[in-house]
Write a protein that binds this ligand. Sequence first.
Ligand code: ANZ
Ligand code: ZN
Length: 971
Amino acid sequence: MQNFSRIRLTPIVAQARLCARPILRPLLPSNAFTRLSTTAAISRRLDLPALDKKWQEKWKSDAESPRPVVQSTEPKPKSYVLSMFPYPPGTLHMGHLRVYTISDVLSRFYKMRGHDVLHPMGWDAFGLPAENAAIERGVDPAEWTEQNIAKMKEQLRSISASFDWDMELATCAPEFYEHTQRIFLMLYEKGLAYQAEALVNYDPVDKTVLANEQVDANGFSWRSGAKVEKLNLKQWFFRITDFKEALLKDLDSLAGGWPDRVLSMQRNWIGKSVGAKVTFPVTIEGQDGEVNVDVFTTRPDTLYGVEYLALSLDHPIVLKAAEKDSALRTFLDEASSLPADSKAGYRLDGVTASHPLRKIDNESAHVQRELPIFVAPYVLSDYGEGAVMGVPGHDARDISFFKENVNPESITLVIGESDTSKTLVPAQDAKAFTQDGVLTSHCWKYQGLHSKEAATQIVNDLKQVGQADFKETWRLRDWLISRQRYWGAPIPIIHCGDCGPVPVPAKDLPVKLPKIEGEWLKGKKGNPLESSKEWLHTNCPSCGGPARRDTDTMDTFVDSSWYYLRFLDTKNKDAPFSPSVVQPVNVYIGGVEHAILHLLYARFIYKFLSQSELFPASAHADNSGAPPEPFKTLLSQGMVHGKTFTEPDTGRFLLPAEVDLTNPDKPLITGTQITPNVSYEKMSKSKYNGVDPTECATKYGADATRAHILFSAPVSEVLEWDETKIVGVERWFGRLWKLVLDAQHQLTGSSLAISASDLNAAGHAVSLPSSLQDLSDSDTDAVLATHNTISSVTTCIESNPYGLNTVISDLTKLTNTLSSTPPSSPLVYYLSLSALLRLLSPIAPALASESWELLHQPLIKDSTSLRSILSSPWPTNLLTDEQAEVLAARGGQTVAIQINGKLRCAVTIPRMMSPITSSQGKGPSQEEQDWIISRILETAEGKLWLREKNDWEKRRRVIVVRGCKLVNVVF
Ligand code: ANZ
Ligand code: ZN
């Protein structure tokens, strides 16, 4: 851990008094002074970790005491803010900190906006990792998971995350998985859950079937690292493909709410391809007649360029040939574990294809040739027709395969920029021309047609002779949901010798997992459900005869495909949830690693359920308007990268102890004093760059940690975590704290009166006088800055939460404005500061809570009537647009203009109206500078000096300094 001393501010009351303004009464009322001095003893120093301790304890006891029933007269708008629930590994990481800070800020914001907010938390607690960890440690996965949940819950409290813990759920609890099983059976009843033999990925180490995405590009298991084998096994599937049209089409309704990138990842995964099925007649030596081989192609316009056919490893022709060809059998054995982009091929002896165009074109010599046929692992057996027409001239994979397996002298191009484009290119120089274009002289009567037109014509012509037809192909496959593992929801099916598979009757749910035996925990491999004899053997619910339970459990993606609906009704025993509570999630926040599968599965299950009796009738009415979608807005947050130190010569990762950070800007390798290389990389144990968020919160306080993680990057971008920069937040909080103490001092004894009920009810407890004529300059600045900040922060959180980082810079700026020229009237001081604190409270709840109390001590006699800032209303705009304009124009600000170092004139320009946030509090941003300069050029003096006496267009440098009070122009 880096060490540097943190600043601690120690403002002294006496100092504050020195800058007292005339409006302050010279003498404090004695009771106010007494109260001040008692609190002063504990609160003068800003100690953020101590504030956490105080407030977190209070929130915990508040949460445990019965909630007052608030009778609200008006129905509140509902908001459901959800962060993707974690798998409980026992320790919180920086990714968690980021996602939960974001969701916490949003949920606190909507609460203050008067919404009825649901912000629950639960545990994605089933799955292999818990099972493996339990085996390693010899403990029951249930116990291990429970301990981890308790630990993580404590850690979540330590970062001041406020979840609705009364809605907590864990997917491994029988009360939850009972309903996962119910949903399984609902799918089963509709024929949407079925068993089928499938060539599956089998991990011989973990002894389990893996989903395709759990196998890396080289064919190894994502978890155990074992070489994955292909086995044919009976598996359970969900028929997600029945919903493919809606899953694709309804993405359109999410535009604007979901990031475009995620929408296009979903589209690609569903993968609708429009093309044609083309039939190639194939002759096999020693066999009479021809057999037809169909291929799927999206580019029928390239048909004149076909050089070969390639078949998948389990194509019927290949399997047939393998019976007599032992070399082919060897190839197939080896090829099954080759990566999908492998160039390997096996040419089938005595098997050739004739070109389908021969049926219509007997002039072009090259379509009269017989084409070779290869077996190739790059052809997927479960896509299209499991066969490909190879067009080296126009497909990148085909050209490399062709060069590798045929060694041609030249490559034929049948499409080009124009119809006279070159058609033959020497193989060594050739690259595939993959765009659409115009058909070349190689293409008989189709020469000169554009790709699109040619494709249609060729397919139509071939259709006439029975050799092709238009066809759509989808990439989406049915969802393989069974796992041969223990730690998951058991599939609620009983297999009977007479009746076949029989659903477990609803009254017998849940099918609970049996307690597992010691032997298995000590490392016995395989599925313990198969060896739990008592559990396994049961009676058939239909005929009563002896039967066996299904020993598979469900993929954990099944749990997470519906958990967000359970949060709405966690106590419901009879059904997963009741139709009356159904509501989509308003904002869903999570990592981009779940952009495809989890979201797709959740969308599928939501659509399925929306047609069932579990949903309100309105949801399955035909003309209900918006299509059923579970997540209206999706915030997909970027990764958190850690500061990584490496030795420049060797690239070796350095341990924290090997780096001397006495000067955080100049790290040195201890001992050698060499400067290490610094980079930001994905946090990992081997790079020694991981950071523990709870340690950070202990050291700097949860508030500073939260503000820092929000500030460090826009939500969707990679965040480079640099702990040393947290000092920026600490300084800001220090300035804010000083302001609070100063305001407290000034308000003590002022005539400002505030009623607790106004405070609790309204966005502002007091209002500005109707005439703003008498505001002093500093008050005008404060009012305008506060007004603008309220509006920019509100708009950002509500309409552009991806820009949450700008909220921090807006709040920093307002703090700076108030600190540099404090308002002169207690009313304005109070208004600005109370608004600032309210805006801050979702981000830094402990600091805001403490400051809120301090600020109100002099104003509210009965402190018990002061509601916490966290349940106070969000500030509304201070001014009407018109007022804001009048104020901004009034008096204006004076800017001095220096030309080539000489002071030339001073002009008065309007005050800045809208807050501009990109400068992050470090001086005027480019936008602000541009704005100021345009205003200067509008003044007579500005024009005279910058346009007439000098040529503005020839300026070399323009610098805006001293809080925008001086502009330096160099010509
Ligand atoms: C000939 C061709 C020429 C192709 C060309 C492309 C470009 P998408 O868009 O993903 O649907 N293909 C068809 N079935 C395949 C399989 N089972 N395994 C691997 N590849 C297969 O891709 C469709 C294209 O992928 C098809 O169009 C086919 O190659 C290939 F210049 O046909 B094409
Ligand atoms: Zn039976």
